[in-house]
Design a protein around this ligand. Structure first.
Ligand code: COA
Length: 216
């Protein structure tokens, strides 16, 4: 397997960093929280959470993108996971890269998800040179949809998630953001070490369709 490269990104309040063994406990606790997992098919058992973290690390190593562990220095060593992934199912908008977020419940409402996601999007648009990133969530997940709107992502329609069997969770909203939508913002100096990194593997998503956006 190629060398594991998980870049470290800093924002005003957050550190997006590589996974550590100590994160396993807090990540598993978050996955066992019924309220935090309300819009997922089920809560996660401890071994499933451990496998998920291994999966994130493998994605970083093989695809050059993945989920970061999010730390709030001086506040908490681990508050959640935010980052990028390849859309892993057949959809009209695939191939595509999605952005996703999960924050532990005690830390909700602090704006951590959008702040971390902004850094992840900058990473997608500059070092990875992607031109679009999608996000999706079940229709009822108002918190997650609010994060998409705060990121100035644009509504691009609904779809039935083919991997979700629970009927009440199947219908999803799709949001999209293009690099042009963040035009005028330049990558901060924290991205300089990554931008010319030739070892970084980039997932090509050139055939991603353009979306007819609508205001909602
Ligand atoms: C979605 C999630 C990541 C948001 O993280 P966060 O760091 O708390 O995000 P924010 O602090 O920006 O708060 C969410 C926003 O939703 C708003 N919100 C909360 N409940 C809401 C509701 N019922 N309806 C509409 N908006 C709501 C909040 O007011 C806040 O917006 P504001 O800052 O404009 O007031 C977090 O709630 C979470 O981890 N949920 C469980 C996991 C999950 O569902 N992930 C997404 C899977 S698709």
């Amino acid at each position: 397997m190629p060398t594991l490269v998980i870049p470290e990104l800093r924002t005003e309040r957050l550190l997006l960093r590589a996974w550590r063994d100590e994160d396993q406990e807090a990540f598993a606790e978050m996955g066992a929280d019924h309220e935090a997992m309300r819009f997922y098919p089920s809560v996660m058992k401890r071994n499933e959470s451990a496998a998920r973290v291994r999966g994130y690390q493998i994605e970083w190593a093989t695809q050059g993108l993945g989920k970061w562990a999010v730390e709030v220095p001086g506040v908490a060593p681990f508050v959640g996971s935010v980052g990028l992934a390849r859309v892993s199912f057949n959809a009209s908008f695939a191939p595509a890269i999605e952005i996703g977020w999960r924050i532990a419940r005690p830390f909700w409402g602090n704006g951590y998800a959008p702040e971390a996601a902004r850094a992840a999007l900058d990473y997608a648009f500059w070092p990875l040179d992607l031109h679009q990133v999608v996000a999706y969530s079940p229709l009822g997940n108002a918190r997650s949809i609010r994060v998409m709107k705060k990121l100035r992502m644009r509504y691009a329609g609904d779809f039935d998630h083919p991997q979700v069997s629970a009927l009440h969770l199947r219908k999803h909203v799709l949001y999209v953001i293009s690099r042009e939508h963040v035009a005028g913002r330049e990558p901060g100096p924290e991205f300089a070490p990554f931008i010319k990194k030739e070892t970084m593997r980039v997932v090509q998503v050139d055939s991603m369709p353009d979306f007819p956006f609508s205001e909602d």
